[in-house]
Every structure is written in C-alpha cells, then in structure tokens.
Design a protein around this ligand. Structure first.
Ligand SMILES: Cc1ncc(COP(=O)(O)O)c(C=O)c1O
Length: 399
C-alpha cells in the first residue's frame, strides 16, 4: 500500500484531504513523494511563519535535542530554555501582560484560559462570537462556531452564549453579571478572515469591565506577525488590554506549541494546582519558540507581512474585478487574506484547480478560500500564486 492507502486504511479520518502525500518542504514550497512541487499558501494552517525547514528552527531542534527534551513547566525543576523564552516573549507582549504559561496546542491554551476565568470570577457563563473557532476540546468547542461542530456533542456547556461577531450592541445584550469571560479573535480566521471595525475589541473590553467579566483575546491564528502587526490587537483603536492573551501556531513555526499570558491581577488569583500538563513548556518546544520569536523580531517580519499583504491583496482585488460573477469580495490583514465566493461549491472547485496547477490554498467557512503564506514569502512567489489563482478561476468559470 502507498502512503495515501495506508493513511486511509489505518488512520481515523476526521476531514477531507487532497490526494497528495507531502514528503518535504523548503521555504514557501512543499514536494510530494513523486517530486511534484507545490507553492504552499496554507503554511500548514497558518503555522509555518518562517516557511518550511527554516535553518533557525532545524538548528534549535538539533541543539536542544542534544541537551534535553522533556522537563515541563508543571514539573519540579526549572529550565534555562524556558527561562529564555519567557524573557524573549516578555519583551514583545503588551506590557500589562506580565506572566506566561506554555501549552502544546491552541485549544489547550484557550481551554486553560476559560477554566481559569471561571475559577477566578466564580461565574460560569462564557460569551463568544458566531463564526469563531477556539479549538476542539470540550470547553473550546463549546465557545466555537455555534451550530455545526457543537451540535454533535450536545449538551454543550449550558451557560455559554454566542453573539454576532463585530456587533458590540449584541455583545452588550449578552454580557451580564453571570458572565465569567468573553473570548474573541481579533480577526476571525476559520470563520472566513472576518475583520471587525477597529473599535470593536475596545468596546468589548469596556463591556467586560462594566460587568466584572474577563476578556480573553485569542491570537492563536493572528499572532506573531500574521496580520502585519506582532499581535493583531495592535490594530485596535482605541487600544485594548485583554486580561488573557492566548497564542499558538506561528509561535514555534511548526513545532506544536502554544501559550497564554495574563495580567498581574489574574496571576495573583492563580493557585498551585490550578493547571498543568505533562509536556507543557518542554525545553525542546521552548528552544524552538525562542528562536522563531527572535527571528520574527530581528527581521521585523510583522512589518514585512504588512507590506507583502498589501501586494497580495492588490492582486486579489484585480482578480475580483476580473471574475465578479464568482467573487463576492476579497479581504485581508497582512498575510491573512481571503477570497469570498458567491456560491458554496466554488471553494472546493477552486482549491482543486489550484492544487492541479501547483498551489495549496486553505478552504474555510462562509464560502472562503484563505491565503496565508509564510511571512518570508517573496514578491515573485506572490505573483506566481496570483497567476495560478487567475488560471484556476478561469477554469472554474469555464466549467
Ligand atoms: C483562533 C484559533 N484559536 C484556536 C485554535 C485551535 O488551535 P489548535 O488547533 O492548535 O488546538 C485555532 C486553530 O485553527 C484558531 O485558529
């Protein structure tokens, strides 16, 4: 049996996959086992911010693996690798977020954040936005998307409430004295790259303050330069100060790693035994994250993401003007960009056509194809992606 047959035969299949077996990657490209080359505008679902097999990452893995891999932050000892990452991140985080804990996935970081807000406030209700995605643990599933995932696992956490994303009036109606926290993405990623008004997050923070509820901002997809700022909350106007900020994906460029940061006030309410995990903050992950974060900072890749995002969005706008019968709109923030289609089945047809021409794009909800290349993507690679998109859209129109 070949790779695809083996995976189909023995792996549990929770999602549809495209029929290529990716064997290796370098920069913005990946290759399948037959040697076919693909331009990767998925970044492994918004993760490989430095592209594939970046030397900074492979060197960090090699060097740390020779020293020690396992020694978690919920264990009994300290770790130089973890200490280094803590101080690196401390310099980049909004200054009011003073303490951090490391996790292994975005869902785990959000789950812990939700759990802590319930304990600290003594309240149970969590308000989140329709269209949001915060993870697949039970807690995070209960505050994600609304209907399509959650319904399979009903009853969900009963006190949770969903409101329309970007609608601060709806948020004001939902948040009350029973609310422990609001969890929100600065830009909805899985929901279809939905960008709220600049004042939205600050309005939500204000509503939370009025009801002694805590604000969790989920930067798992938007953080680490993806939207053209180191954290997407920097786009907020007026500025916003979340109580908890959750991070993942780009934080370690592909190594499974995540984090949450809290204010002094939250930290003062945390007790021994409130949270932990066998692999949380393991030295290998910390070493990789520290080198990725340092590279992002030294090369100012957030600014690069902003600049190249403008180029990519410019090209997408030209495509929208060329194919108005297919495209309802295009949008983007930094290198998190989207094509929104008019008809439901067009995203899959486009994705398949792009794949056939050597471009990987990410289908997502609300009839959206998402583009999130490496932050090191070049202008030439953007031009190549736009050319393939153009060809693929033409083929979709022709069929
Ligand atoms: C905004 C956001 N939060 C949380 C998650 C869950 O992260 P993970 O898949 O690492 O658990 C995702 C994943 O796509 C995400 O986009």
């Amino acid at each position: 049996m070949n790779t695809i047959e083996l995976e189909d035969r023995f792996g549990i299949s929770f999602c549809n996959r495209q029929a290529i077996a990716v064997e290796r990657g370098a920069g913005s490209y990946v290759w399948d086992e037959a040697g076919n080359k693909f331009l990767d505008f998925t970044s492994g679902w918004g993760v490989t911010c430095l592209g594939h097999t970046h030397p900074v990452i492979t060197a960090a893995i090699f060097s740390q693996a020779q020293k020690i891999i396992q020694n978690p932050n919920s264990g009994f000892t300290y770790s130089p690798s973890r200490a280094k990452l803590l101080s690196t991140l401390h310099e980049l985080l909004p200054p009011h977020l003073v303490k951090l804990f490391f996790a292994n996935s975005g869902a785990e970081a959000n789950d812990a954040a939700i759990k802590l807000t319930r304990k600290i406030t003594g309240k149970a209700k969590i308000v989140s936005a329709l269209g949001s995605f915060h993870g697949r643990t039970f807690n995070t599933l209960s505050v994600s998307i609304g209907r399509d995932n959650t319904e399979r696992y009903l009853p969900s956490l009963p006190e949770n409430q969903f409101v329309d994303f970007g609608d601060s009036v709806a948020m004001r109606h939902a948040v009350d004295g029973a609310t422990a926290a609001v969890i929100v993405e600065p830009v909805q990623g899985e929901g279809g790259v939905r960008i709220p008004e600049p004042a939205y997050l600050a309005q939500v923070a204000e509503i939370c303050r009025e009801h002694n509820a805590l604000l969790i901002v989920d930067e798992i997809q938007t953080g680490f330069g993806r939207t053209g700022a180191f954290f997407a909350l920097e786009h907020s106007d007026p500025p916003v100060q979340p109580d908890i900020l959750t991070m993942g994906k780009g934080i370690a460029g592909g190594f499974p790693f995540a984090a949450f940061a809290v204010t002094e006030q939250i930290d003062s309410r945390i007790q021994k035994g409130d949270h932990g995990g066998t692999y949380c903050g393991n030295p290998l992950g910390c070493a990789v994250a520290a080198s990725v974060v340092a590279e992002l900072k030294e090369q100012n890749l957030a600014q690069r993401s902003r600049r190249l995002g403008v180029e990519l969005l410019g090209g997408l706008t030209r495509l929208q003007n060329k194919y108005p019968e297919l495209l309802l709109g295009v949008r983007g923030k930094g290198l998190l960009c989207a094509l929104q289609f008019r008809a439901d089945n067009t995203v899959d047809r486009l994705t398949q056509n792009c794949l056939d021409s050597g471009l990987l794009v990410t289908p997502t909800r609300n009839k959206v194809a998402r583009l999130m290349p490496s932050l090191l993507v070049s202008t030439d690679e953007i031009m190549e992606a736009l050319m393939i998109l153009d060809k693929s859209l033409a083929r979709v129109v022709g069929n």
